[in-house]
Design a protein around this ligand. Structure first.
Ligand SMILES: [Zn+2]
Length: 235
């Protein structure tokens, strides 16, 4: 079996790439973004509900005050009506006026009742949104702790891979390492391949006889360049 430190370096570089990708795409990262968006949405909803509640409450007060004014006026007219000081001619118009005032009072009281119901449902909605906001806050804390733990885990694995790579690189010639690093961006995780006795593992087609002969007759563990695919071949 082919065994060469260049293969270890290649494996460790691939592992480091995967760990960096894992670090950047941890599922907790997306969960955190979604939770923060939900938090923002709830805060805006609570602010909007609060403003609407203030509006409804001041409308309610206005309706109640207005209803009181009509009621007071109707009471006053009632008093006059039963005081005995009203002449026959005045009687009917006064009764009509009282009826009109009472109608208006009842109308305002109905509207006030509606406003009260609306205030109650707004209050319920605000309580629900506040509870949801509290829950999302707790959830964000949990997600952030999980994210930090996952990052720590990946960082630890990455540090180990990088340290092992330094060790392996110290055992490879500078020229071989430089050649590997030159080819790696284009050939990726299959920059260094093994020779299986008949072919360069990286080549899709059969190796030309001369090239095969060259590889076969090289010392085991030699670092060669495949003339077909440019990969580094370990014999
Ligand atoms: Zn090849």
């Amino acid at each position: 079996m082919t065994d060469h430190r260049l293969l270890d370096i290649q494996r460790l570089d691939t592992e480091a790439e995967q760990l960096r990708h894992r670090h950047a795409t941890l599922p907790e990262r997306e969960q955190r973004v979604a939770a923060l968006e939900e938090q923002k949405r709830l805060e805006a909803e609570i602010a909007r509900l609060g403003a609407t509640r203030v509006e409804v409450a001041s409308g309610l007060k206005r309706l109640e005050n207005e209803a009181l004014i009509f009621a007071a006026k109707a009471d006053e007219d009632d008093k006059r009506l039963y005081s005995g000081d009203v002449g026959m001619k005045e009687l009917e118009p006064l009764q009509a006026e009282i009826a009109g005032l009472r109608d208006r009072q009842a109308e305002l009281e109905d509207q006030a009742l509606e406003a009260m119901e609306k205030a109650e449902s707004l209050s319920d909605a605000q309580s629900a949104a506040e509870a949801a906001l509290e829950a999302i806050g707790i959830s964000i804390t949990t997600i952030e702790a999980e994210l930090a733990a996952s990052e720590d885990e990946v960082d630890g694995l990455l540090a180990a891979a990088l340290a092992a790579r330094v060790e392996a690189a110290a055992e490879v010639s500078e020229a071989d390492l430089a050649e590997y690093e030159r080819l790696r961006p284009g050939l990726g995780s299959a920059t260094v391949v093994s020779f299986d006795g008949r072919n360069c593992v990286g080549c899709p087609s059969t190796m030309p006889a001369m090239e095969l002969d060259r590889m076969k007759h090289s010392e085991s563990g030699s670092v060669l360049s495949c003339s077909e695919c440019t990969r580094i071949v370990i014999t």
